[in-house]
Design a protein around this ligand. Structure first.
Ligand code: KG4
Ligand code: ZN
Length: 328
């Protein structure tokens, strides 16, 4: 069995995964959404303090598994420096006290492996990762052959939902709140410009769209009873269209055969539907994670760790350091 820890942002989570079968024997996650909600985003120092309270509580529940642990895994990159270190320190303490090896896991690979929880991993595929920290397209040939072919030049897809929700005073995380509000809105009411639509670059950018939405929100606030439904719907439509337009361009040179959407924002049903449409002419398979494993969790870290363990990829105590920036 492998014990895995996730603390890269605002979710404290621990999983126990059986190596031979990929079975998830235990998984618990304590989210900090309510605590950060009043600030409209994650406050790193507060997040670190909450991890320091939550992780030992969850770990205590894992005690019955301690005698069977063959390794301890932890998200070591990317994420918030002050929160990653909470998980990394705990993992090192476990490795020393139980005399078992350490496995440092890349959080982005974790999101890819959220597709394979309690399943066998299957490659190659093209992956769109949409989370709070990242928006990128990757060609994934195997656990260790991952090439990023497009990424965001500024804000990420999920982050733009968080910022728009903050402008509207909706709370955090913004993704599900905007998606709910957008359901009753007119997607075509606000004609926001699709980011980089004239650029040949296959890259993403959300800062311009965010500012256009800000102006629309300020305008609506002049009304006696501001109603943000149309703005939310138009924003979600254009934010998604930006992704599908760039992917369409990319598919002209690299035809997709298996395509996956992962990351917290892959829970967005409008995005899922639009990507499904985009893939139809290519007859490509669309892989999605179960909704409960789209956002940050330790089950996905455990699933990567199982494949790393089987391939003898371990990290020494000295070389396991948390690093906010990922090499991917
Ligand atoms: O993967 P994740 O849990 O954390 C990071 O690794 O960043 O993703 C969280 C992000 C947040 O920005 C959240 O607003 C966004 O995913 N998100 C969504 C939806 N659900 C979560 N964005 C759009 N639509 C959603 N339904
Ligand atoms: Zn994540």
């Amino acid at each position: 069995m492998i014990l895995s820890i996730e603390s890269s942002c605002d979710d404290s989570a621990i999983a126990i995964t059986e190596i031979a079968t990929n079975k998830l024997l235990f998984h618990k996650k304590i989210s900090q959404e309510i605590e950060h909600s009043v600030y409209g985003g994650v406050v790193p120092e507060l997040a670190a303090r909450l991890h320091a309270e939550a992780l030992p509580k969850i770990l205590q529940e894992c005690e019955p598994y301690f005698k069977d642990l063959k390794a301890v895994a932890v998200t070591s990159t990317p994420g918030l420096a002050v929160t990653l270190v909470e998980g990394v320190t705990m993992a090192k303490a476990i490795a020393i006290s139980l005399d078992i090896p350490l496995i440092g896991v890349n959080h982005l690979i974790g999101h890819i492996y959220s597709l394979f929880i309690e399943k066998e991993s299957l490659f190659p595929m093209t992956v769109l990762l949409v989370s709070g920290g990242h928006t990128q397209v990757m060609e994934v040939k195997s656990l260790s052959e991952i090439e990023t072919v497009a990424k965001s030049m500024d804000d990420s897809f999920g982050e733009s939902f968080d910022k728009v929700a903050k402008m509207m005073g909706l709370g955090y995380p913004g993704g599900p709140l905007i998606e709910k509000l957008a359901k009753d809105g007119d997607r075509l009411k606000h004609n926001f410009t699709v980011p980089l639509h004239q650029s040949p670059l296959i890259a993403f950018s959300y800062s311009g769209l965010k500012n256009a939405v800000r102006l629309a929100v300020l305008e609506e606030e002049k009304q006696e009873n501001p109603d943000f439904r149309d703005i939310a719907a138009s924003f979600e439509h254009i934010a998604t269209k930006h992704l599908t337009m760039k992917l369409k361009k990319y598919f002209k040179s690299v035809r997709p055969s298996t395509f996956a959407i992962v990351g917290g924002a892959s829970a967005n049903l409008y995005l899922r539907g639009q990507i499904e449409e985009l893939l139809k002419p290519h007859k490509a398979d669309l892989l999605l994670s179960e909704l409960k494993y789209c956002s940050d969790n330790a089950a996905m870290i455990g699933r990567v760790a199982v494949d790393m363990y089987k391939q003898n990829i371990f990290t020494s105590l000295e070389s396991l350091v948390s690093s906010p920036r990922s090499l991917l």
